[in-house]
Design a protein around this ligand. Sequence first.
Ligand code: AMP
Length: 251
Amino acid sequence: MGGRAGRELATLTSEFAEHTPAQADDFLPGPVLLLGAPGVGKGTQAQRLMADYGIPQISTGDILRDNIARGTELGKAAKGLMDKGQLVPDEMVNDMVGARLAQPDVARGYILDGYPRTLGQAEWLDAHLATAAKSGTPLVAINIRVDEQELLRRITGRRICSACKHIYNIYSKPPKHPGVCDIDGSPLQHRSDDTEAAFTERMKAYNSLTAPVIEHYCRQGRFREVNGDQQVEQVTTAIESALKALREAGK
Ligand code: AMP
C-alpha cells in the first residue's frame, strides 16, 4: 500500500483519523528495523509508518502466516513451531527476507517488523546489505519497550482483520461490531499463537534470543528506544521523531 492509498485507508478509521503525520515534508526514514517483545505494537506501528511514508512493511510473521494459509512447504514447516511460540530456523526467514528485499518497492526504504530476532539473523542481514550494496542508507533500529505484564493482555485481546490486516484489541480498541472489521466488514481473526501458553514461550524466546539483537544494534549506534506504553498516536510520534533525529545526526 503506497502513501496515498495508506492515507485514504487511514482516514477511514477513528484511530488513524486522530493521527496527524509528524512528517508532512519529504522526509523518508530509509530502512528501519522495528524491534520489541511480542505485543509491544510493532505491527500497529509498522502499518502507521507505512501509511505516513509510503514505504512497505515487511513482517516475517505475516509472510509466514501467508505461507501457512497457502499451504506451501515453508508454511507446513513453520506452523508447528509458530503455534508453540518457538522461532522458525534462521535460514528459512533469512531466505524469505532476502527474496523480499529483492523486490523493487524497497528502493525508497522499508520497515522490517519482527526481523531480525536472533543474532544470527542480524549478522546475516548486515552482511546481506553490505554485499548487495543496495543499502545506500544504512539501517536504523527502533526498540519499542512495554512492561511485560501489559503484554499478555495485549496479546490475548488482539484480533486482526482477515482482509486488510488492521489490528484491534477486544479490551482496549474493540471494533464497533464484535468480530467484524470497521474498515471493510471482513471477519476478525484470533492468531493461533496469541494464547497465554504460546505467549510464555514467545517471551522465553524473546529474552534469550532477541534481547541480544537489541544490544547488537545499540552498539552500532544507529538505535533509539521509545516507550510503547502510551497512546498509539503518541508512540508513532515518538518513533517518527526518533527516526528524524537519527537521520539528521547522519546515522
Ligand atoms: P510475529 O507475527 O512477528 O509475532 O511472529 C509470529 C511467529 O512467527 C513467531 O512467534 C515465530 O514463530 C515466527 N517468526 C516471525 N518472525 C520470525 C523471525 N524473524 N525469526 C524466527 N521466527 C519468526
